[in-house]
Ligand binder design. Sequence first.
Ligand code: 3HC
Length: 293
Amino acid sequence: MSCARSVSHVTIIGGGLMGSGITQVAAQTGHRVTLVDLDQNILDGATARITKSLARVAKKKFGDDADGAKAFMDTTMGSISTATDACSVVKDTDLVIEAIVENMAVKHRLFKELDSVAPQSVIFTSNTSSLSIAEIAEVTSRKDRFGGLHFFNPVPVMKLLEVVKTADTSAETLSALTAFGKKLGKVTVECSDTPGFIVNRLLVPNLAEAIKMLERGVASAQDIDTAMKLGAGHPMGPLQLADYVGLDTCCFILDGWSEKYPDVELFKTPESLKKLVSEGKLGNKTGEGFYKH
Ligand code: 3HC
């Protein structure tokens, strides 16, 4: 087996909120990054989102120093390229971070294809929020060079990165991923490949409990959120955070867990959550969820 190279070029697959956030942070911290998505419109949207978010970072970092801010923006944006064909990109990369749709069959198709063209030294990772890393890795011939890198939204602001290991992830891969995470400026925690890893396993049932509390009429959405902000010191209340994460994402995670663990009451998807999702009310991204945005 070849040794993992240190990461200089990163390929990020999926131009959604997470993929663009990861792209930004990797570029900001001196990596060359290629962001890949099948859809050019999504890539254009991601570039606009990164530019906007980077401007906030530049403002914070450089204040009134307009030249410094411009140089920072130019250098960072200059180290990002985009592509629609992942296979051509992974022929010359060190690390792949997948942040596409949470669908095992789609992830399998992607990784099987990438595995056949990427050099053996390339490390593959997934940013999945709830699927099993080992199951995703199953279709590849590099299970020892496969792990999870789980980022948090908004990626440029949240300091944590969960580094997830399966039974097959090698010590070299784990240390390369941890070193990469530190280079991104994140605090890393190591975690086994279990549903929700650390944060989502504790956070998502908490959001679901808040939704069930609202359903029981215990308190209004505003009062539940105010209570958790001022009584528990959380930056956002649980219903506000559910809207922020995306109600479809919350629903998908809970549906998957309750299918796998039907006896765990905590994992049951609240009816009102299912209803909002079926109505296309997905939270901040669609303008309405538990709140109007
Ligand atoms: N890009 C760059 N900077 C950003 C940013 C972005 N997208 N969003 C916010 N910021 C910066 C702002 O510039 C600001 O910087 P400053 O304090 O130096 O001026 C700082 O972050 C705070 O932003 P705001 O003043 O706009 O707003 P808030 O103080 O209300 O903070 C928040 C916003 C950081 C989102 C905060 O409310 C928060 O931490 N909320 C909880 C988020 C959370 O829990 N995320 C995890 C969700 S779970 C997840 O992602 C896992 C997945 O698998 C489901």
